[in-house]
Design a protein around this ligand. Structure first.
Ligand SMILES: NC(=O)c1ccc[n+]([C@@H]2O[C@H](COP(=O)([O-])OP(=O)(O)OC[C@H]3O[C@@H](n4cnc5c(N)ncnc54)[C@H](OP(=O)(O)O)[C@@H]3O)[C@@H](O)[C@H]2O)c1
Length: 216
């Protein structure tokens, strides 16, 4: 018997990262809830990709798995608002704690990482998994592109980590489990290096690849 696909809410779905992820999951056959502050933008975008538009709280309440793609500056406030709706679910945190204007420099929050902030805001009733920090939105948007990089997936709950690996693979990405949520700091920090590399080598969306893992 085939397992029913989870319903995915993308919170901040009209942004660069969120729209790419939402478009690819919808194309892969998932029921996608476009969570947006703007009802108008959400309906136009959702109609274009075959998804459903709603506000953040409704999307979080109706999903099985929520994916957070909002700027770091508002991450805490948005999650505080969604805390009740997300209990018992998986929250995939895509946030990178970039501090403009020095986005090519690693600057981490006092709490350790954006992922640890997410877990502390949501509490133990939500399984937080960190992923997609090192995948450029430019690549996600190009539906014809097979994206050549690994997605590092960290989280404290092995089953939740594994589910997020499946979600990444459904997008045509290669995903690899990289340990507990404490390790998310490494993936978040890598993003500043990748932005620096893009500027230095005039690349668009450099990524990471983990080598010499058996079976991959
Ligand atoms: N862009 C990338 O290549 C990339 C790659 C990896 C990780 N990330 C991370 O993903 C997150 C989103 O990045 P992004 O590049 O997609 O950002 P973005 O294009 O600016 O979009 C962010 C979305 O967040 C929502 N939002 C909620 N409150 C907001 C506020 N006060 N101001 C602005 N937007 C607000 C908006 O969606 P609604 O209007 O629909 O609510 C907005 O479209 C960030 O944490 C970033 O570090 C980005």
């Amino acid at each position: 018997m085939t397992k029913k696909l989870p319903t995915i809410a993308v919170i901040g779905a009209t942004g660069a990262a969120g729209s790419g992820l939402a478009t690819r999951w919808a194309a892969a056959g998932y029921r996608v809830l476009v969570g947006s502050r703007s009802a108008e933008q959400a309906s136009i975008f959702a109609a274009a990709i075959g998804a459903e538009a709603m506000d953040y709280v409704s999307a979080a309440a109706k999903c099985d798995i929520a994916v957070l793609t909002v700027p770091y500056e508002v991450q805490r406030a948005v999650l505080t608002n969604l805390k009740d709706s997300l209990q018992g679910k998986i929250l995939v945190d895509v946030t990178v704690p970039l501090a403009a204007p020095k986005v090519t420099r690693v600057q981490l929050p006092a709490e350790g990482s954006a992922a640890l902030i997410a877990q502390s805001v949501l509490g133990e009733g939500v399984r937080v998994v960190s992923a997609f920090q090192n995948v450029s939105a430019a690549h996600l948007k190009n539906m014809d592109e097979l994206i050549d990089c690994d997605v590092l997936v960290t989280g404290d709950d092995p089953a939740a980590r594994s589910e997020v690996v499946t979600l990444a693979e459904a997008l045509g990405l290669s995903a690899i489990e990289a340990g507990p949520l404490d390790n998310a700091v490494a993936a978040e920090a890598l993003t500043s290096l990748l932005i620096w590399i893009n500027r230095r080598y005039k690349s668009s969306g450099a990524g990471v690849r983990i080598t010499r893992v058996p079976g991959r």
